[in-house]
Design a protein around this ligand. Structure first.
Ligand code: IVH
Length: 662
């Protein structure tokens, strides 16, 4: 066949596939392919049609802009346009966004949160009642899906605020619901939904609200575009979330606020790396200026606000062979299935392993060992198998059986009623011990340099450590004869272990790996109770009332501290001199800064921005980001903001270019 004929055939094939997928998506609410594959096919068709216009088919999907099924929903205009978010793909582009904001309004704080992969929704409340819910549509006119939104449990039907309120957010289908629905569909010989987003889209546009009710959609609300004026409960992103939560809306928990670009980027990567273990899918991260007062000054384009941006690393899809499947055990005992792949090259790395989540994921994709599979990777996110290519080989390959025993300790795996995941509940399981030690020593926990996965697995293997306390019992003689260790490296590791004893209560509480206690809760607990002894004697109801802690968290803390083995561990940690108290860092005694409202502009050599802030806070100052009439002291470092210096009224200006001057 000539190249021309081949191209013609390719154009016909792409046209047929894309039309089929479109029709399945819009008319039958099913998607047989992942969005990335759809986009790739569309891109290729556009390219080929441009090169060979005469081969373009009459029914080409490229003729239609946003193909829609005949709509049965009433259209309605948004009283305030529904904007979208501009996107960046790289760290440089993200930092360029920060720079553009800073150039316009000076140094500000930002929030970072996951970008939920669902459908945008705009909801109007009148007189405290849910009045109308509209899809985005083209941003100007949306579809009235009120009856379906009324079926979403997390969206309140009535609220206390009686003013007209317009809120916006995302409707999504939890991953566990997607798996449950697909299992049911497979049992009924129906095509499964390719991913939770498509399932949510199909559900929201269902004619029968009863079907919507059964599908258990959920929501996150993150914006107030009208209402609650004058009360200022939404003048920052943080307050918006709190205000919305108080009104009864479900809001995203993983928000992070900082004015340090590197820290913000670190959080972006953390959210993207897929380890966050949430019951929703994300398609990037959203970074927003925290204070709403800058929004008007920063402005808008016709499509996007200039005060927020979505970060989405470019994603690639490659084909390779599935060599094997292994169940692995995490520190909580949860089983994660991992695929071993024939090595496949992506833009920046060679991929040999990919995540398969749980067994239901494997059975829904009908993955069999020996299959040719499609693997997706985006930025630093763990690669994921997204489909298997169904061909003759697939039919001959064997179905992979569900694991029944723990691959590490051999105990029977447990299925919790109503949960997709399987667990190994043996507290002495070697895999669980290893993973909890890795977590204990990790950077955000006790930060023991030179003690990561590789070393811990080796130390366990040769019997040097088997529990947290063993880390503090490692001796020079245990390590000096090991391969890869010399005097300096052994001393360095031992020094780092000793240093970690002073990490403080907040780090320790996080490091202990108590279920549901992340970094933020650990800090809150440490801040409030100051000493681990106070936590040993807590009761659950007191914890809930003191801390406004969710019941699950409070229950988990009390359970952990009531366990005798854990109490022994704490005693041993105290005995070896581990600091089990929390105090703000005190560096120097000087009362020059006590109770002073202080703003830092520019950089101080030797300090990261957040460290400089912590330093002055330790000296008793209250560090804020913007200059006002209340500011007492302005610290001026290198490259300061002229705007800040010029807007000073009575404040004292202190120039500090380097840490050494302090
Ligand atoms: S803030 C001007 N935050 O992404 C819009 N949007 O591509 C400000 N989305 O329409 C939206 N997660 O439906 C925001 N954490 C999040 C989000 C989020 C998902 C959706 C939202 C928006 C679309 C823009």
């Amino acid at each position: 066949m000539s190249t021309k004929d081949k191209t013609k055939q390719k154009i016909i094939e792409l046209t047929t596939n894309l039309n089929k997928w479109n029709s399945e998506y819009y008319n039958d609410n099913v998607s047989s392919v992942d969005d990335t594959i759809f986009d790739k096919a569309m891109e290729e068709l556009i390219k080929l049609e441009k090169q060979y216009p005469k081969f373009k088919q009459e029914n080409s999907p490229t003729n239609k802009v946003g193909i829609m099924a005949a709509s049965t929903f009433e259209k309605a205009e948004h009283s305030i346009k529904m904007l979208s978010l501009n996107k960046v793909n790289t760290k440089d582009e993200l930092f360029h966004f920060f720079k553009q904001v800073t150039d316009k309004v000076g140094n500000v704080s930002y929030t970072v949160e996951p970008k939920i992969d669902g459908l945008s929704i705009s909801i109007i409340y009148k007189n405290g009642k849910l009045d109308r819910a509209l899809t985005r549509g083209d941003g100007i006119v949306g579809e009235d899906v009120t009856n379906n939104v009324l079926q979403v449990k997390s969206i309140p039907k009535t609220i206390e605020d009686k003013k007209e309120l317009i809120i916006r957010g995302e409707i999504y289908l939890p991953i566990t619901e997607w798996t449950r629905i697909n299992k049911k569909r497979l049992a009924q010989d129906k095509e499964p939904f390719a991913n939770p987003r498509n399932a949510a889209a199909g559900t929201l546009r269902q004619i029968n609200p009863q079907v919507v009710k059964e599908r258990n959609l959920s929501s996150f609300i993150f914006q107030v575009v009208k209402g609650a004026t004058g009360e200022n409960w939404f003048d920052t992103q943080e307050k918006t979330f709190k205000g919305l939560k108080d009104l009864g809306f479900k809001v995203i928990k993983e928000t992070f606020k900082s004015n340090d670009y590197e820290k913000l980027y670190e959080k972006v990567i953390h959210l993207l790396d897929g380890r966050a273990d949430n019951d929703y899918e994300t398609d990037g991260v959203v970074i927003k200026v925290n204070e709403n007062k800058y929004y008007d000054e920063l402005g808008y384009t016709s499509k996007f606000p200039r005060w927020a941006i979505a970060y989405k690393p470019p994603s690639e899809v490659k084909e390779t062979k599935l060599i094997n499947i292994h169940p692995t055990i995490g520190r909580t005992g949860r089983v994660t299935y991992v695929a071993s792949l024939e090595p496949v090259k992506f833009a920046d790395t060679m991929v040999r392993k990919a995540s398969l989540h749980n067994y239901d994921y494997i059975s829904i994709l009908d993955l069999r060992i020996g299959d040719t599979v499609q693997v997706k990777k985006a930025g630093e996110i763990i690669p994921k198998v997204i489909s298997s290519i169904k061909n003759e080989a697939h039919d001959k390959n064997e179905v992979y059986p569900k694991a029944t025993i723990c691959p590490s300790c051999g105990d029977k795996l447990i299925n919790i009623e109503g949960e997709v995941d399987q667990y190994c509940v043996n507290d002495n399981c070697p895999s669980r011990i290893q993973e909890s030690l890795v977590h204990f020593a990790s950077r955000d926990a006790m930060n023991i340099e030179g003690l990561s996965e590789k070393q811990i697995s080796k130390f366990i293997e040769i019997g040097i450590v088997n529990s947290i306390i063993d880390i503090y019992r490692i001796k020079f003689e245990d390590l000096i004869d090991l391969e890869g260790y010399q005097k300096t490296s052994v001393n360095k590791l031992l020094a780092s272990i000793i240093k970690s004893k002073d990490a403080g209560l907040d780090k320790l509480l996080f490091a202990l790996g108590i279920r549901h206690i992340g970094k933020k809760s650990a800090k809150e607990l440490a801040h409030r109770y100051k000493n681990i002894d106070a936590l040993l004697n807590l009761n659950r109801d007191k914890l809930i009332s003191d801390e406004d802690f969710a019941h699950v968290k409070a229950g988990s803390i009390v359970k952990w501290f009531n366990d005798e083995t854990n109490q022994i561990l704490i005693k041993e940690l105290k005995d070896i001199g581990l600091k089990v108290t929390y105090e703000r860092k005190k560096i120097k005694t000087s009362d020059k800064f006590v109770n002073k409202i202080l703003v830092i502009t520019g950089t101080i050599n030797g300090f990261k921005r957040e460290e400089a802030k912590e330093y002055f806070e330790a000296l008793g100052a209250k560090v804020t980001t913007s200059v006002s009439s209340k500011t007492d002291i302005l610290i001026v470092g290198e490259n300061p903001s002229d705007k800040k210096i010029n807007s000073i009224e009575n404040a004292k200006i202190i120039s500090i270019k380097s840490k050494d001057e302090l």
